[in-house]
Design a protein around this ligand. Sequence first.
Ligand SMILES: NC(=O)c1ccc[n+]([C@@H]2O[C@H](COP(=O)([O-])OP(=O)(O)OC[C@H]3O[C@@H](n4cnc5c(N)ncnc54)[C@H](OP(=O)(O)O)[C@@H]3O)[C@@H](O)[C@H]2O)c1
Length: 257
Amino acid sequence: MTNPLAPDSLAGRVAVVTGSSRGIGADTAKYLAAAGAAVVINYRNKEARALKVVGEIEAAGGRAIAVGADLTDAASVAAMFEAAETAFGHVDLLVLNASGGMETGMGEDYAMRLNRDAQLNVVEQALPHLGAGSRIVFVTSHQAHFIRTTPTMPEYEPVALSKRAGEDALREKLPEYEAAGVEFVVVSGDMIEGTITATLLERANPGAIALRKEEAGKLFNVAEFAAEVALAAVDPIPAEHTRYVGDVSGFSPATLD
Ligand SMILES: NC(=O)c1ccc[n+]([C@@H]2O[C@H](COP(=O)([O-])OP(=O)(O)OC[C@H]3O[C@@H](n4cnc5c(N)ncnc54)[C@H](OP(=O)(O)O)[C@@H]3O)[C@@H](O)[C@H]2O)c1
């Protein structure tokens, strides 16, 4: 997949991409870096993978650092922003990509703690760093965005509810963002082929991916969806602050009330 962003279009910008040691976050970070942004590659515990992403960015002539921070740990989030400031001087793009909740052994409320409470805390800690002209991009799935009106697979429901709760909590702060000159956009995508989440859901619901693909006509892969997330960092803010990626015709509307 070629970079959707023009070379040097993000020169001088500094991005923090949460959960960018792999998958959609890693590809997004690489697109941003190739367009000239200095990027913080955040990981929870996969340091080697994060360092590999940094190495790839540097080999391509870009700038990046890897910073470990469990987003459910407020102190490590604060340290992540300090590390970004120390390395690059400022932060003006925050991509809230990290997500979870299907892991075992993390406690019953883990999905809510990560996908709602931690997202809100990351934004609250980011705001003092983000000057006018900065942007926050929140990444979610159609299955979460539309969960109030369109049911999803039972295995994904707690994640969907928690991600929608996180989206709502972040939207409530829109007046605060506007007052600070900070823009906000949600990127909502259908199931992404080749991801761990899609693989887990397919295992529990054999045929689910093929069925969704048939209904939607096409499912995006990781690189294609990451390209949309990267574009959301620069394109004009869409209606209702929501960028839909792929088909939404199977989902009932009226969720933004
Ligand atoms: N997968 C899909 O089908 C799909 C569809 C539409 C939208 N999306 C959205 O796209 C985004 C990325 O999805 P993905 O499938 O690429 O995710 P993923 O493969 O599960 O990767 C999640 C990333 O988040 C990090 N992470 C998890 N818990 C964390 C924590 N407590 N603190 C810090 N980082 C943490 C992981 O870091 P470690 O590797 O270090 O654990 C990893 O880098 C999510 O917001 C998701 O909702 C996904």
